[in-house]
Design a protein around this ligand. Structure first.
Ligand SMILES: Nc1ncnc2c1ncn2[C@@H]1O[C@H](COP(=O)(O)OP(=O)(O)O)[C@@H](O)[C@H]1O
Ligand SMILES: [Mg+2]
Length: 339
Protein backbone atom coordinates (compact mmCIF):
# COMPACT_ATOMS: atom_id res chain seq x y z
CA UNK A 1 0.00 0.00 0.00
CA UNK A 2 1.19 3.45 -0.81
CA UNK A 3 1.52 5.33 2.47
CA UNK A 4 -0.39 8.56 2.64
CA UNK A 5 -1.26 10.56 5.68
CA UNK A 6 -4.93 10.45 6.53
CA UNK A 7 -6.71 12.78 8.86
CA UNK A 8 -9.27 10.88 10.87
CA UNK A 9 -12.64 12.45 11.24
CA UNK A 10 -13.22 14.12 14.56
CA UNK A 11 -15.83 12.91 17.07
CA UNK A 12 -15.69 9.12 16.74
CA UNK A 13 -12.20 8.75 15.36
CA UNK A 14 -10.23 6.01 17.11
CA UNK A 15 -8.42 7.50 20.08
CA UNK A 16 -4.69 7.30 20.66
CA UNK A 17 -2.74 6.96 23.88
CA UNK A 18 -3.30 4.98 27.01
CA UNK A 19 -7.07 5.25 27.30
CA UNK A 20 -8.42 1.87 26.27
CA UNK A 21 -11.60 2.38 24.27
CA UNK A 22 -14.23 -0.15 23.49
CA UNK A 23 -17.76 -0.46 22.21
CA UNK A 24 -18.15 -4.11 23.23
CA UNK A 25 -21.75 -5.10 24.01
CA UNK A 26 -22.61 -5.71 27.63
CA UNK A 27 -24.55 -8.85 28.54
CA UNK A 28 -26.85 -8.79 31.53
CA UNK A 29 -26.24 -12.45 32.35
CA UNK A 30 -22.91 -13.99 33.38
CA UNK A 31 -20.79 -16.19 31.12
CA UNK A 32 -21.11 -19.79 32.30
CA UNK A 33 -18.28 -22.27 31.87
CA UNK A 34 -15.72 -21.57 29.11
CA UNK A 35 -12.90 -21.14 31.63
CA UNK A 36 -10.43 -23.15 29.53
CA UNK A 37 -11.40 -21.45 26.28
CA UNK A 38 -10.98 -18.01 27.85
CA UNK A 39 -7.48 -18.78 29.04
CA UNK A 40 -6.48 -20.48 25.79
CA UNK A 41 -7.83 -17.70 23.59
CA UNK A 42 -6.30 -14.94 25.71
CA UNK A 43 -2.90 -16.58 25.42
CA UNK A 44 -3.29 -17.23 21.69
CA UNK A 45 -4.43 -13.71 20.90
CA UNK A 46 -1.41 -12.21 22.66
CA UNK A 47 1.01 -14.50 20.89
CA UNK A 48 3.39 -12.51 18.65
CA UNK A 49 2.34 -12.92 15.05
CA UNK A 50 -1.24 -13.91 15.90
CA UNK A 51 -3.09 -11.43 13.74
CA UNK A 52 -6.26 -13.15 12.62
CA UNK A 53 -8.28 -15.54 14.74
CA UNK A 54 -11.65 -16.96 13.69
CA UNK A 55 -14.02 -18.53 16.19
CA UNK A 56 -15.96 -21.07 14.15
CA UNK A 57 -18.95 -23.22 15.03
CA UNK A 58 -22.65 -23.63 14.31
CA UNK A 59 -25.17 -20.93 15.13
CA UNK A 60 -26.07 -20.84 18.80
CA UNK A 61 -22.91 -22.57 20.03
CA UNK A 62 -21.72 -19.43 21.82
CA UNK A 63 -19.15 -17.85 19.48
CA UNK A 64 -20.25 -14.25 19.99
CA UNK A 65 -20.61 -14.66 23.72
CA UNK A 66 -17.17 -16.21 24.09
CA UNK A 67 -15.56 -13.72 21.69
CA UNK A 68 -16.95 -10.73 23.57
CA UNK A 69 -15.67 -12.06 26.90
CA UNK A 70 -12.21 -12.71 25.48
CA UNK A 71 -12.10 -9.29 23.85
CA UNK A 72 -13.14 -7.67 27.12
CA UNK A 73 -10.48 -9.56 29.05
CA UNK A 74 -7.87 -8.26 26.60
CA UNK A 75 -9.10 -4.68 26.56
CA UNK A 76 -6.13 -3.30 28.48
CA UNK A 77 -3.65 -5.19 26.35
CA UNK A 78 -4.49 -3.19 23.23
CA UNK A 79 -3.37 0.42 23.72
CA UNK A 80 -5.70 1.76 21.04
CA UNK A 81 -8.72 -0.25 22.12
CA UNK A 82 -11.02 -3.10 21.21
CA UNK A 83 -13.78 -2.45 18.68
CA UNK A 84 -16.83 -4.58 18.01
CA UNK A 85 -18.29 -4.57 14.50
CA UNK A 86 -21.61 -6.45 14.28
CA UNK A 87 -21.99 -7.76 10.73
CA UNK A 88 -25.31 -9.57 11.25
CA UNK A 89 -27.26 -6.75 9.57
CA UNK A 90 -24.78 -6.65 6.65
CA UNK A 91 -25.41 -9.03 3.77
CA UNK A 92 -23.43 -7.22 1.05
CA UNK A 93 -19.69 -8.03 1.21
CA UNK A 94 -19.00 -4.57 -0.26
CA UNK A 95 -20.43 -3.06 2.91
CA UNK A 96 -17.91 -4.72 5.25
CA UNK A 97 -15.14 -2.12 4.91
CA UNK A 98 -17.61 0.80 5.13
CA UNK A 99 -19.13 -0.77 8.26
CA UNK A 100 -15.70 -1.13 9.90
CA UNK A 101 -14.80 2.42 8.88
CA UNK A 102 -18.04 3.76 10.33
CA UNK A 103 -17.44 1.97 13.64
CA UNK A 104 -13.96 3.45 13.87
CA UNK A 105 -15.06 6.90 12.76
CA UNK A 106 -12.98 6.83 9.58
CA UNK A 107 -14.63 8.89 6.87
CA UNK A 108 -14.37 8.67 3.14
CA UNK A 109 -12.00 11.08 1.39
CA UNK A 110 -11.92 11.90 -2.29
CA UNK A 111 -8.43 10.72 -3.18
CA UNK A 112 -8.33 7.36 -1.37
CA UNK A 113 -10.48 4.24 -1.34
CA UNK A 114 -12.06 3.50 2.01
CA UNK A 115 -9.84 0.43 2.38
CA UNK A 116 -6.74 2.56 1.79
CA UNK A 117 -7.99 5.06 4.32
CA UNK A 118 -8.58 2.38 6.90
CA UNK A 119 -5.14 0.93 6.25
CA UNK A 120 -3.58 4.34 6.77
CA UNK A 121 -5.66 5.08 9.85
CA UNK A 122 -4.73 1.77 11.48
CA UNK A 123 -1.14 1.72 10.30
CA UNK A 124 0.46 2.19 13.72
CA UNK A 125 -2.52 1.41 15.92
CA UNK A 126 -2.37 -1.39 18.45
CA UNK A 127 -5.98 -2.38 18.19
CA UNK A 128 -8.22 -5.45 18.33
CA UNK A 129 -11.04 -5.47 15.82
CA UNK A 130 -13.85 -7.92 16.53
CA UNK A 131 -15.88 -8.78 13.42
CA UNK A 132 -19.01 -10.65 14.50
CA UNK A 133 -21.05 -12.87 12.14
CA UNK A 134 -18.77 -12.95 9.13
CA UNK A 135 -20.36 -16.03 7.51
CA UNK A 136 -22.66 -14.12 5.21
CA UNK A 137 -19.99 -11.76 3.91
CA UNK A 138 -17.16 -14.26 3.33
CA UNK A 139 -16.36 -12.84 -0.15
CA UNK A 140 -15.03 -9.79 1.73
CA UNK A 141 -12.29 -11.94 3.32
CA UNK A 142 -9.50 -10.77 0.94
CA UNK A 143 -10.16 -7.18 2.05
CA UNK A 144 -9.67 -8.26 5.65
CA UNK A 145 -6.41 -9.91 4.61
CA UNK A 146 -5.34 -6.65 2.97
CA UNK A 147 -6.12 -4.76 6.17
CA UNK A 148 -4.12 -7.17 8.32
CA UNK A 149 -1.21 -7.13 5.88
CA UNK A 150 -0.98 -3.35 5.89
CA UNK A 151 -1.35 -2.78 9.64
CA UNK A 152 1.35 -4.61 11.61
CA UNK A 153 -0.12 -3.90 15.08
CA UNK A 154 -3.71 -4.71 14.21
CA UNK A 155 -5.27 -7.98 15.41
CA UNK A 156 -8.62 -9.22 14.17
CA UNK A 157 -10.99 -11.57 15.97
CA UNK A 158 -13.79 -12.95 13.81
CA UNK A 159 -16.83 -15.10 14.53
CA UNK A 160 -18.16 -17.09 11.61
CA UNK A 161 -19.82 -20.42 10.95
CA UNK A 162 -17.04 -21.13 8.46
CA UNK A 163 -13.38 -20.12 8.49
CA UNK A 164 -12.34 -17.30 6.17
CA UNK A 165 -9.63 -19.53 4.67
CA UNK A 166 -6.97 -16.84 4.67
CA UNK A 167 -3.29 -17.58 5.08
CA UNK A 168 -2.20 -16.90 8.65
CA UNK A 169 -5.73 -17.40 9.95
CA UNK A 170 -6.09 -19.38 13.18
CA UNK A 171 -9.32 -21.39 13.16
CA UNK A 172 -10.56 -21.96 16.71
CA UNK A 173 -13.54 -24.33 16.77
CA UNK A 174 -16.02 -23.36 19.48
CA UNK A 175 -17.59 -26.53 20.84
CA UNK A 176 -20.85 -26.85 22.76
CA UNK A 177 -20.87 -26.67 26.54
CA UNK A 178 -19.81 -29.83 28.37
CA UNK A 179 -22.77 -31.89 29.55
CA UNK A 180 -23.03 -34.11 32.65
CA UNK A 181 -22.28 -37.81 32.60
CA UNK A 182 -25.68 -39.46 32.95
CA UNK A 183 -24.14 -42.75 34.01
CA UNK A 184 -22.56 -41.09 37.02
CA UNK A 185 -24.73 -38.09 37.63
CA UNK A 186 -23.21 -35.66 40.10
CA UNK A 187 -25.60 -34.57 42.82
CA UNK A 188 -26.84 -31.17 43.98
CA UNK A 189 -24.28 -28.38 43.79
CA UNK A 190 -21.89 -30.54 41.77
CA UNK A 191 -24.46 -31.01 39.05
CA UNK A 192 -25.31 -27.29 39.11
CA UNK A 193 -21.64 -26.55 38.38
CA UNK A 194 -21.87 -28.22 34.99
CA UNK A 195 -22.01 -25.35 32.49
CA UNK A 196 -24.92 -26.73 30.41
CA UNK A 197 -27.00 -27.46 33.53
CA UNK A 198 -26.06 -24.08 35.01
CA UNK A 199 -27.30 -22.38 31.83
CA UNK A 200 -30.58 -24.30 31.94
CA UNK A 201 -31.08 -23.42 35.60
CA UNK A 202 -30.20 -19.75 35.13
CA UNK A 203 -32.67 -19.30 32.28
CA UNK A 204 -35.39 -21.36 34.00
CA UNK A 205 -35.00 -19.37 37.22
CA UNK A 206 -35.22 -16.12 35.28
CA UNK A 207 -38.60 -17.23 33.91
CA UNK A 208 -39.85 -18.78 37.14
CA UNK A 209 -38.20 -17.39 40.27
CA UNK A 210 -39.26 -20.37 42.38
CA UNK A 211 -37.71 -22.91 40.00
CA UNK A 212 -34.95 -24.97 41.63
CA UNK A 213 -32.80 -27.99 40.91
CA UNK A 214 -34.18 -30.80 43.08
CA UNK A 215 -33.42 -34.51 43.44
CA UNK A 216 -36.70 -35.12 41.57
CA UNK A 217 -35.97 -32.99 38.49
CA UNK A 218 -32.15 -33.34 38.41
CA UNK A 219 -31.98 -36.29 36.01
CA UNK A 220 -34.54 -34.83 33.60
CA UNK A 221 -32.65 -31.52 33.45
CA UNK A 222 -29.31 -33.28 32.96
CA UNK A 223 -30.72 -35.52 30.22
CA UNK A 224 -32.30 -32.54 28.49
CA UNK A 225 -28.89 -30.86 28.35
CA UNK A 226 -27.34 -34.06 27.01
CA UNK A 227 -30.08 -34.47 24.41
CA UNK A 228 -29.51 -30.89 23.33
CA UNK A 229 -25.79 -31.60 22.93
CA UNK A 230 -24.86 -28.76 25.28
CA UNK A 231 -25.83 -26.25 22.59
CA UNK A 232 -26.41 -22.98 24.50
CA UNK A 233 -29.11 -21.59 22.22
CA UNK A 234 -31.10 -24.83 22.31
CA UNK A 235 -30.75 -25.01 26.11
CA UNK A 236 -31.98 -21.44 26.46
CA UNK A 237 -34.96 -22.13 24.22
CA UNK A 238 -35.82 -25.26 26.19
CA UNK A 239 -35.38 -23.64 29.61
CA UNK A 240 -37.82 -20.82 28.94
CA UNK A 241 -40.52 -23.44 28.31
CA UNK A 242 -40.25 -24.40 31.97
CA UNK A 243 -43.05 -21.97 32.65
CA UNK A 244 -45.44 -24.32 30.85
CA UNK A 245 -43.79 -27.73 31.25
CA UNK A 246 -41.96 -29.25 34.23
CA UNK A 247 -38.52 -30.72 33.35
CA UNK A 248 -39.81 -34.30 33.12
CA UNK A 249 -42.55 -33.34 30.64
CA UNK A 250 -40.13 -31.20 28.67
CA UNK A 251 -37.73 -34.11 28.36
CA UNK A 252 -40.53 -36.44 27.31
CA UNK A 253 -41.43 -34.11 24.48
CA UNK A 254 -37.85 -33.79 23.45
CA UNK A 255 -37.23 -37.56 23.53
CA UNK A 256 -40.33 -38.12 21.45
CA UNK A 257 -39.19 -35.59 18.92
CA UNK A 258 -35.70 -37.09 18.63
CA UNK A 259 -37.01 -40.66 18.47
CA UNK A 260 -39.26 -39.68 15.63
CA UNK A 261 -36.34 -38.23 13.78
CA UNK A 262 -33.95 -41.12 14.32
CA UNK A 263 -35.23 -42.75 11.15
CA UNK A 264 -34.32 -39.65 9.12
CA UNK A 265 -31.59 -39.15 6.57
CA UNK A 266 -29.07 -41.89 7.29
CA UNK A 267 -26.52 -40.47 4.90
CA UNK A 268 -25.94 -37.44 7.11
CA UNK A 269 -23.20 -37.58 9.73
CA UNK A 270 -24.52 -38.31 13.22
CA UNK A 271 -23.46 -34.92 14.53
CA UNK A 272 -25.20 -33.16 11.69
CA UNK A 273 -28.36 -35.15 12.31
CA UNK A 274 -28.28 -34.36 15.99
CA UNK A 275 -27.77 -30.67 15.44
CA UNK A 276 -30.52 -30.59 12.88
CA UNK A 277 -32.82 -32.42 15.25
CA UNK A 278 -31.83 -30.21 18.10
CA UNK A 279 -32.58 -27.00 16.32
CA UNK A 280 -35.70 -28.34 14.63
CA UNK A 281 -36.93 -29.35 18.03
CA UNK A 282 -36.09 -25.93 19.43
CA UNK A 283 -37.94 -24.38 16.52
CA UNK A 284 -40.97 -26.53 17.23
CA UNK A 285 -40.99 -25.25 20.77
CA UNK A 286 -41.48 -21.70 19.60
CA UNK A 287 -44.99 -20.33 19.47
CA UNK A 288 -46.59 -20.00 16.03
CA UNK A 289 -45.78 -16.29 16.03
CA UNK A 290 -42.17 -16.84 17.02
CA UNK A 291 -41.87 -19.49 14.29
CA UNK A 292 -43.14 -17.01 11.72
CA UNK A 293 -40.52 -14.52 12.89
CA UNK A 294 -37.76 -17.13 12.70
CA UNK A 295 -38.85 -18.22 9.21
CA UNK A 296 -38.99 -14.66 7.91
CA UNK A 297 -35.61 -14.00 9.47
CA UNK A 298 -33.99 -17.08 7.97
CA UNK A 299 -35.60 -16.55 4.56
CA UNK A 300 -34.56 -12.91 4.47
CA UNK A 301 -30.99 -13.51 5.43
CA UNK A 302 -30.70 -17.16 4.31
CA UNK A 303 -28.77 -17.74 7.47
CA UNK A 304 -31.15 -17.94 10.41
CA UNK A 305 -30.35 -20.28 13.26
CA UNK A 306 -32.68 -22.73 11.65
CA UNK A 307 -31.55 -22.36 8.05
CA UNK A 308 -30.44 -25.63 6.47
CA UNK A 309 -27.15 -24.14 5.25
CA UNK A 310 -26.00 -23.91 8.84
CA UNK A 311 -25.68 -27.64 9.09
CA UNK A 312 -23.65 -28.27 6.00
CA UNK A 313 -21.03 -25.74 7.10
CA UNK A 314 -21.06 -27.08 10.64
CA UNK A 315 -20.61 -30.66 9.52
CA UNK A 316 -17.15 -30.04 8.09
CA UNK A 317 -15.98 -28.56 11.33
CA UNK A 318 -17.35 -31.38 13.44
CA UNK A 319 -15.68 -33.86 11.14
CA UNK A 320 -12.41 -31.92 11.28
CA UNK A 321 -12.58 -31.70 15.05
CA UNK A 322 -13.37 -35.38 15.36
CA UNK A 323 -10.52 -36.23 13.01
CA UNK A 324 -8.03 -34.11 14.95
CA UNK A 325 -9.35 -35.49 18.23
CA UNK A 326 -8.76 -39.01 16.91
CA UNK A 327 -5.30 -38.30 15.56
CA UNK A 328 -4.18 -36.59 18.74
CA UNK A 329 -5.69 -39.33 20.84
CA UNK A 330 -7.83 -36.71 22.55
CA UNK A 331 -11.03 -37.99 24.13
CA UNK A 332 -14.21 -36.03 23.89
CA UNK A 333 -15.01 -34.26 27.09
CA UNK A 334 -18.11 -32.95 25.39
CA UNK A 335 -19.75 -36.21 24.49
CA UNK A 336 -18.75 -38.60 27.25
CA UNK A 337 -21.26 -41.21 26.14
CA UNK A 338 -19.52 -41.38 22.77
CA UNK A 339 -16.09 -42.23 24.19
N1 LIG B 1 -21.11 -19.74 28.07
C1 LIG B 1 -22.30 -19.15 28.06
N2 LIG B 1 -22.86 -18.69 29.20
C2 LIG B 1 -24.08 -18.10 29.19
N3 LIG B 1 -24.81 -17.93 28.07
C3 LIG B 1 -24.30 -18.36 26.90
C4 LIG B 1 -23.03 -18.99 26.83
N4 LIG B 1 -22.78 -19.32 25.55
C5 LIG B 1 -23.83 -18.90 24.85
N5 LIG B 1 -24.75 -18.33 25.65
C6 LIG B 1 -26.03 -17.78 25.21
O1 LIG B 1 -26.54 -18.65 24.19
C7 LIG B 1 -27.07 -17.92 23.11
C8 LIG B 1 -26.32 -18.23 21.83
O2 LIG B 1 -24.98 -17.79 21.98
P1 LIG B 1 -24.24 -16.91 20.84
O3 LIG B 1 -22.94 -16.45 21.38
O4 LIG B 1 -25.15 -15.87 20.32
O5 LIG B 1 -24.03 -18.03 19.73
P2 LIG B 1 -23.39 -17.88 18.28
O6 LIG B 1 -22.69 -16.55 18.22
O7 LIG B 1 -22.47 -19.04 18.14
O8 LIG B 1 -24.55 -17.98 17.33
C9 LIG B 1 -26.99 -16.44 23.50
O9 LIG B 1 -28.21 -16.07 24.10
C10 LIG B 1 -25.86 -16.43 24.52
O10 LIG B 1 -25.98 -15.35 25.43
MG1 LIG C 1 -23.10 -14.89 16.98
Amino acid sequence: MQQKSVALSTERAIPTGQVSKTNLPVFLTPLLGREHELVELSILLQRPGMRLMTLTGPGGVGKTRLGVEVARALQDRFADGVYFVPLAPVSDPDQVIPTIAKTLGVREAADLSLLEQLQAALLDRHLLLFLDNFEQVVPAAPRIAALVAACPRLSILVTSRAALRLSGEYDFAVLPLPTPNLAQLPVGEYLAQNAAVALFLARAEAINSSFRLTPTNAYAIAETCVRLDGLPLAIELAAVRIKLLPPQALLKRLSHRLDLLTGGAQDLPARQQTLRNTLQWSYDLLSAEEQRGATICSARKSRGFFAGSLFSSAAGRWKRWKRSATTTGQKSRYWPWKK
